[in-house]
Design a protein around this ligand. Structure first.
Ligand code: 5GP
Length: 190
């Protein structure tokens, strides 16, 4: 029988985890599918409904919380809710694939706690807070206020790194991608 695994990638915003997750998704040998989260935040740039996120109204999101539809959820930033629907994991396992998550630190640790054996929790560490600031500014997707909000959260998130199964330093992206690939391959083959 297929033994579906959960691969969690968590990191402060701007540390490059999304780029690494996208790279891993292209590797057929890993047999991964992306867990599409639900969020109440506004759609950004060229994001696509049902591909990047399931965009829900805050009211609808709260309804799902009440019904216990989420495996985990978090108010990541004020009034911006994010969560993993239980159905999403079931959908991916039913396709015979392992699930890969790009989620915040608390959500990642919650999944690890719920499924300790099945989960590989990886923390992607940016070289420094200053570098993080530069990356977020370059991305040009958030206002100055929002960038500051993400930076202040990042310091607290960095402190949780030792709670993860492994830490990948993203100083040189290519090296981080290679390390991520071999770590995930080893886990799904174990
Ligand atoms: P963004 O707004 O940049 O897409 O995401 C903001 C933060 O929310 C990121 O750290 C992202 O990983 C996190 N996030 C995305 N989906 C989920 C989720 O389903 N649960 C939790 N706890 N965090 C999530």
């Amino acid at each position: 029988m297929f033994n579906g695994k959960l691969i969690v990638f968590s990191a402060p915003s701007g540390s490059g985890k999304t780029t690494i997750v996208k790279h891993l998704l292209k590797q057929e040998a890993l047999n991964l599918a992306f867990s599409i989260s639900a969020t109440s935040r506004e759609k950004r740039g060229d994001e696509i409904e049902g591909k990047d996120y399931y965009f829900l109204s805050t009211e609808n999101f709260k309804k799902h919380i009440k019904r216990s539809d989420f495996l985990e959820w978090e108010e990541v930033y004020r009034d911006n809710f994010y969560g993993t629907l239980k159905k999403e994991v079931e959908r991916i396992w039913a396709m015979g694939k392992h699930v890969i998550f790009d989620i915040d630190v608390s959500g990642g640790l919650r999944i690890k706690k719920k499924f300790p054996e099945k989960t590989l929790a990886v923390f992607v560490k940016p070289p420094s807070i200053d570098e993080l600031k530069i990356r977020l500014k370059k991305r040009k997707t958030e206002s100055e206020d929002k960038i500051n909000m993400r930076i202040s959260k990042a310091s607290a998130e960095l402190a949780t790194a030792p709670l993860f199964d492994c830490i990948i330093e993203n100083e040189i992206l290519d090296n981080a991608k290679k390390e991520a690939y071999s770590t995930v391959l080893k886990f799904i083959e174990s």
